[in-house]
Design a protein around this ligand. Sequence first.
Ligand code: OGA
Ligand code: MN
Length: 299
Amino acid sequence: MSQAASSNHLASGIAVRPLTDCVGAEITGVDLAAVTDAEFTVITEAFDRHAGLLFHDQHLEPEALVAFSRRFGDLDHAPVMENGQTAVPGLPEVYLVSNIEGADGKPIGSLGAGEAVWHTDMSYLDMPPDISMLNAVEVPPSGGDTWLCGMHAAYEALPEALKRQVAGLRIKHDGTYNSGGYVRRGAKVTDDPRESPGTFHPILCAHPRTGAPLLYLGRRRMAYVEGLPLAESEALLDDLWAYATREENAYRHSWRVGDLLVWDNRATMHRRDPFDASARRLMRRTQVRGKTKPVALAG
Ligand code: OGA
Ligand code: MN
């Protein structure tokens, strides 16, 4: 019996249903607080294929979220908040994405209630996190949808001439702003993408697990294509972005409490719709540490 057939047999209740043709699948019939090895094999295979997975009705305690996340690899520690504490005392891996205000009048989490523009997480680092996941604890009555787009499909959509044009080129991934548009702590703001702090990564990458070719863009704001005059860099980036973020290539997720969405930062980008700032939204989040730098596509 093949590995896939045997693991499906042992994990008999679990099922995988694609959410779109190019990104995302929904997995049913599994309790993420008690995943068996056979079930995790099915989850891993689906994750390699679909780059984003959705699970409903996973009301995980923070400890259970951390334990499930660890099955994908070592976790990053969440940034420490201004009061010097981690979001969940005793669990440095858990981060909160939330607009809810604490007793001190400051938000208990990050990203506020505004739009988070298309991005992949923390690509300004040398080794960005491989994977991120969100588990919904409180959701607003409307708005705050999270979108995923597939960067393998984006690569496939590029005209051959454009692929040739960007082969071997690198983008500088800006470290000034986060995806909510907030300036990162300690970053010096400039208007010139050539001057801003950041890290260079190949535009065309290969997935380290599957070898799949990927377009790797990070964020549009303050991005810069190495070595080009600024106007040419801007035009080329606009061209590339147009292929990545087409609505028909994206999955749009409207949240219910207990949903868990996990995405591969190498093979997807994501964005979030704004929502009413007086509504409450709370996501617990973990990040799987990067095992490699983004790998250039050979050829
Ligand atoms: C993130 C993120 C979007 C959302 O946590 O990295 O972009 O929907 N979140 O909260
Ligand atoms: Mn993000």
